[in-house]
Design a protein around this ligand. Structure first.
Ligand SMILES: NC(=O)c1ccc[n+]([C@@H]2O[C@H](COP(=O)([O-])OP(=O)(O)OC[C@H]3O[C@@H](n4cnc5c(N)ncnc54)[C@H](OP(=O)(O)O)[C@@H]3O)[C@@H](O)[C@H]2O)c1
Length: 279
């Protein structure tokens, strides 16, 4: 497991918007980017989770203090539920209040509830599509319409190996993640510099990261027999056969946010210890 440390300040002056930043993979991504100098707007489902963002801010402050380095970036929390039709507007309002632009957008929060074939309700189907497809589309659209994205921005959609390793109990989840990968391919083509109307954000890349089984709250809250079944399903297929950690994924996302990856766009990267082999 990666120990928390102050890193090279290559993201100084950049702003990252990360959905679902209070826990698990989203939090690890926020810590990675903040420890490189980025200001973070991290969202969560309810105001009751905002304390977790405040804790993260304290941890980052402590890192800078320990290194005797001045901290110019800020970490801000916002309750913006991805199931709400106003989620994108709420995020935009906050960015305007903070007088930020956007350099990095990580679509991390997701509706991961199981939805078994034959048992799905209209509400469950709609909730899944709103959370995993509609809301990320609306967020990117708002950032584009308002010219909030800056040149050479990064869009990263957190996908799942479930879209390639299907299971009848996660029909809509897998479909939503596949849609997210497709969105990135289209965004990459539109925002790279080919289209005049998006020239203000030329050089922007859009990639998805296909995540394998990772030890986060949502997974650890599964009943023990279900957790064991997931481990048996996924870990033996991995090239590196251990339980993935949030930092394993955050370091891949962090890499995609660096300037060195400016030539990678429209891709799906597997962050699963080889659980799924793409390309
Ligand atoms: N863990 C895995 O094994 C795994 C595998 C493949 C893909 N993934 C993907 O990785 C991403 C992160 O998963 P995770 O395991 O890190 O989850 P997690 O530990 O459960 O954290 C979820 C985060 O998303 C936020 N969130 C949940 N529902 C939300 C909503 N309706 N509106 C806004 N924010 C919401 C939570 O905020 P609150 O604190 O307010 O609840 C929290 O910050 C997801 O896209 C998931 O599909 C995970």
């Amino acid at each position: 497991m990666t120990t928390l440390r102050l890193r090279e300040q290559d993201l100084e002056g950049k702003v990252a918007v990360i959905t679902g930043a209070t826990r698990g993979i989203g939090r690890a991504i926020a810590m990675n980017l903040a420890s490189r100098g980025a200001s973070i707007l991290g969202t969560c489902s309810h105001a009751s989770s905002l304390d977790l963002i405040a804790n993260m801010r304290d941890e980052i402050d402590a890192l800078y203090k320990e290194a005797n380095q001045e901290r110019t970036c800020r970490t801000t929390g916002l309750a913006a539920n991805i199931t709400s039709p106003t989620c994108a507007e709420d995020i935009v309002k906050k960015i305007l209040d903070l007088r930020y632009g956007v350099d990095i957008f990580v679509n991390n929060a997701a509706d991961s509830l199981p939805g078994g074939i034959g048992d799905l309700t209209v509400n469950e189907i709609q909730k899944s599509m709103i959370s995993n497809i509609q809301t990320p589309v609306l967020i990117v659209d708002e950032f584009v319409k308002r010219k909030m994205f800056r040149p050479e921005s990064r869009i990263i959609y957190i996908s799942s190996i479930r879209s390639r390793q299907p299971w009848s109990e996660q029909l809509m989840y897998a479909a939503g993640k596949s849609a997210g990968e497709s969105l990135c391919r289209t965004w990459s083509m539109a925002f790279g510099g080919n289209e005049e109307k998006f020239s203000f954000m030329a050089g922007t890349t859009a990639n998805s990261v296909s995540v394998g089984l990772t030890q986060t709250d949502s997974v650890m809250q599964c009943p023990p027999d279900a957790l064991e079944k997931f481990k048996q399903e996924f870990i033996p297929l991995q090239s590196i056969p251990r339980f993935g950690q949030p930092d394993d994924v955050a370091d891949v996302v962090g890499m995609l946010c660096s300037r060195d990856t400016r030539w990678i766009t429209g891709c799906v990267l597997s962050a699963s210890g080889g659980g799924i082999k793409i390309g």
